[in-house]
Design a protein around this ligand. Structure first.
Ligand code: ZN
Length: 307
């Protein structure tokens, strides 16, 4: 984008101009060139519609909470909204809920990344016999980040079928955003124990623990302290919505401050029950200071992905 303040045509009409202005003032005031958001969802339309149906039904994915989707727009409008907010780079978090689906999702994601240059080419995986082959193909095709969803996929991350895929990703240094905490609702294999076992086997694996590991925040902070390639994304953490259901323990704030070089902005856009700005304000009100905010909202991800 040449003009900092240009609003892409496709975003006009779905945007709240005040929100755009406040978001731009947020990162502009920090002296940043924009934001990097490592946790945004783009996926094939019919899969996304199904995800939205889940949220509408307040089913197991939401832990029974009402979850109105704030940015329920067409795909081109959604990416245009992120651009208008000044998100320099984002991801296409997509994930299978069963075997036989990941390869197809990865094919879609290659095409999405091709037509969306500011989206980091994203891929996914599932424990199945061909997982090593398609993970290798995705890495060779230039995938910059993977998404793994332990709750929706209902698989054990220590599954033997995944062993070589984790090894390959560790060796390639490709980060994996992993939803492995037990929020908003626990799954059969969520929680810190399986992840600790994966890391014991693959200590260089670049896991980015989604949602700061909520509600097991402190256990995942411990893993990040133990393994220097483990990072955490802020997705939905500290918002009024999450604080009501799964509050972050105040006593852990100094640990979060110390890990300031390994916390990355994530939002869950577009599937959030509040405006995007609220995630940024929720980070700001932690009062960890402008250096921490600069690192979290831009610099850490810019360094990790060599932007
Ligand atoms: Zn998400």
């Amino acid at each position: 984008m040449n003009d900092h303040h240009a609003t892409p045509d496709s975003a006009v009409g779905v945007l709240d101009p005040r929100e755009v202005e406040e978001i731009r003032q947020f990162w502009g005031g920090l002296g940043l060139p924009g934001l990097v958001d490592v946790h945004t969802h783009f996926m094939p339309e019919r899969v996304l519609r199904k995800v939205w149906d889940y949220f509408d039904a307040m089913g197991p994915l939401t832990g029974g909470a009402a979850w109105p989707i704030t940015y329920r727009h067409e795909e081109d409008e959604r990416s245009a909204v992120l651009r208008a907010f000044g998100v320099r780079a984002f991801t296409a978090m997509l994930y299978p809920h069963k075997a036989g689906m990941a390869r197809w999702l990865n094919t879609w994601a290659v095409d999405f990344a091709r037509r969306t240059p500011d989206c980091l080419h994203t891929a996914t995986l599932f424990p199945e016999p061909d997982v090593e082959a398609y993970v290798r193909e995705a890495v060779e095709a230039g995938a910059r980040v993977f998404k793994a969803h332990v709750q929706v996929g209902a698989y054990d991350p220590t599954d033997e079928l995944l062993r070589s895929a984790w090894g390959l990703l560790a060796e390639a240094g490709v980060p994996v955003v992993i939803h492995c905490g037990s929020g908003p609702a626990p799954g059969k294999h969520t929680g810190p124990e399986p992840i600790a076992a994966v890391l014991a086997r693959h200590p260089r694996l670049r896991l980015i623990v989604a949602h700061l590991g909520m509600p097991e925040y402190e256990d995942f902070l411990t893993l990040a302290e133990q393994y220097d390639q483990v990072r955490l994304d802020t997705t939905m953490a500290f918002t009024d919505f999450s604080e009501q259901l799964m509050p972050f323990p105040k006593r852990a704030l100094p640990r979060l401050a110390d890990l300031g070089d390994r916390v990355l902005l994530g939002s869950d856009f577009p599937n959030i029950p509040y405006p995007y700005l609220h995630q940024l304000r929720a980070l700001e009100r932690l009062d960890l200071g402008p250096d921490w905010l600069r690192a979290v909202c831009h610099d850490n991800a810019a360094r990790l992905f060599a932007l």
